[in-house]
Design a protein around this ligand. Structure first.
Ligand SMILES: Cc1cc2nc3c(=O)[nH]c(=O)nc-3n(C[C@H](O)[C@H](O)[C@H](O)COP(=O)(O)OP(=O)(O)OC[C@H]3O[C@@H](n4cnc5c(N)ncnc54)[C@H](O)[C@@H]3O)c2cc1C
Length: 483
């Protein structure tokens, strides 16, 4: 990291930019602007970058969300391809198996048109630029498995390393209660995205960029506008300083409304508190893909999501009010404040640790939820503390997934992303707005080259250290295919 203190942050005649919030949106924006020689100060309240709510799935096609429109799925596909190019060390290159439970009204025929649409878009993206081919062969974007084919896999030994679509299915189908699901099943090239590796990559790249000044453990507590500049009060445990900048980016995640309130500009948004659970299933055999069992969100039969890590660790989402979702967990802003207010019980889960008994009870419910489809999974145990947090959704549509930036206040960008993969689009738009506002003759926006110098070992080691510092099992910083 550039170890500038608040006092010696250099003054320049070029526009100086402050980004408040060092999550994936703010960190990516800081790397993008600083790599284009824009003097950028990234201010993060927490002890490290990308330290907010969890990120485990890349959403390369948005197939987890049956309820969103095709346009959003296509956007997420393109954004995810860009994310893989920028953060190649952060993906877990394993597919996602999608199953429709018998208890769910959905059918395979309803999924097909979207899968075909996404495959065609991926084919076109690869034709446009061969370096877009980061999700395997476009023709294999998804594979369909009928019951007969699955039955034939039951007698095959688990591969030592999964290389083909069938390889990925072998260990899973042996453990699935095949009578709980409809056929066919679909294996789609939607990969994992690792929050610890994202944090590691962003941290390592930020240290290499002379124009990127990172201040962690620093909170913005007041903002004023004087003579066409933003005056920010930066508060640490020890002191308070003023930072003067020409352009401000609000990337505060679910707290974006607090910055809008400080500035005095009204913005409508939703905030949703959610949690995922860390479990350990020591009896697991073979390398697993992610496994999704569709379900109607918020009902007792909501979607179940099993995300694999090495050494028997699995992260679970269950889209019911007892597991991932919470009563009164979705809140909206109102005319008195742009910051939606979570109930105290949920807000305190973010500011303090969860009581252990509450965390364990929800984790055990998540295990039971998955055991409906994978009976032997009932032997899994609590594997760590939950991964949780609140995420923002600009506007009032809780189904919105593909978002970017709002520029309705001059010299102020509100970067509100719902999915990590939207961070690069948001950065490109901020770069364009700054270039336009300050008539900069900058190079065209381009980010992927930034991470080329990172080594897999450095990312892996830094990610592991971050997992330890955040008190999670180190295996959560690893890839399932690494074991
Ligand atoms: C349970 C759960 C699972 C999820 N799974 C996925 C997934 O699989 N894939 C995916 O793409 N997305 C997922 N998401 C969504 C994803 O976590 C968020 O969309 C993403 O973290 C948003 O990034 P961000 O940078 O906008 O905000 P954040 O990550 O919230 O970062 C905002 C930062 O701003 C800082 N900050 C706030 N106020 C101030 C201030 N005044 N001064 C200084 N700093 C401040 C905070 O400390 C924080 O670090 C999940 C969310 C949840 C809750």
């Amino acid at each position: 990291m550039n170890t500038t203190t608040l006092q010696d942050t250099p003054l320049t005649t070029q526009p100086k930019v402050a980004i408040i919030g060092g999550g994936i949106a703010g960190s990516t924006a800081a790397l993008g602007l600083a790599s284009h020689h824009i003097d950028t100060v990234l201010i993060e309240a927490g002890p490290s970058l990308v330290n907010g709510p969890p990120i485990c799935h890349l959403h390369a096609g948005g197939n987890l969300y049956r309820e969103i429109d095709d346009e959003q799925c296509i956007t997420l596909l393109r954004q995810s391809i860009d994310t893989l190019k920028l953060y190649p060390h952060c993906a877990d290159y394993r597919p996602t198996l999608i199953a429709i439970p018998k208890r769910d009204p959905g059918t395979f025929e309803q999924l097909m048109p979207r899968l075909e649409l996404l495959k065609r878009h991926y084919q076109q993206l690869v034709l446009d630029h061969s370096d877009n081919k980061v999700l395997g062969e476009p023709d294999n974007y998804y594979r369909v498995f009928e019951r007969e084919e699955v039955d034939a896999l039951l007698s095959k030994p688990n591969p030592t390393k999964a290389l083909t679509a069938s390889d990925w299915l072998i260990p899973v189908v042996k453990k699935l209660d095949l009578d709980t699901i409809k056929f066919p099943m679909v294996l789609v090239e939607e990969y994992g995205l690792n929050v610890f590796r994202l944090a590691a990559s962003a941290t390592l790249v930020s240290k290499e960029l002379p124009h990127c000044h990172v201040h962690t453990n620093t909170q913005v507590t007041a903002i004023n506008r004087h003579h066409n500049q933003w005056h920010l009060t930066l508060t640490t445990e020890q002191s308070s300083k003023t930072l003067v900048v020409d352009y401000l980016v609000n990337a505060c995640g679910f707290k974006s409304g607090t910055i809008d309130d400080l500035i005095g500009c009204q913005q409508q948004r939703l905030v949703e508190f959610k949690a995922a659970y860390v479990t350990r299933w020591q009896d697991v055999e073979g390398h697993w893909p992610e496994v999704i069992f569709y379900g109607e969100r918020g009902t007792p039969n909501g979607m179940a999501q099993l995300t694999p890590y090495p050494n028997g660790y699995f992260q679970i989402h269950g889209m019911t009010k007892d597991i991932t979702l919470f009563n009164d967990g979705l809140v909206a802003s109102d005319t008195s404040s742009s910051q939606p207010q979570l109930p105290n019980a949920l807000a305190s889960k973010i500011s303090h640790q969860w009581p252990e008994d509450v965390a364990n009870a929800r984790t055990e419910k998540s295990i039971d939820f998955l055991a409906h489809f994978i009976p032997e999974f009932s032997t899994a145990q609590v594997g760590g503390k939950p991964l949780y947090g609140a995420q923002q959704i600009p506007g009032s549509d809780p189904k919105l997934r593909a978002t970017d930036v709002d520029f309705s206040t001059p010299f102020y960008a509100r970067s509100e992303i719902v999915k990590a993969s939207s961070a690069i689009d948001a950065t490109a738009l901020i770069y364009k707005d700054i270039s336009d506002k300050f008539s900069l003759d900058n190079a065209p926006f381009d980010m992927p080259a930034l991470t080329r110098q990172l080594s897999e070992l450095d990312v892996a080691n830094t990610a592991t250290n971050l997992a330890i510092a955040r008190q999670y099992p180190t295996y959560l910083a690893s890839r399932v295919n690494d074991q």
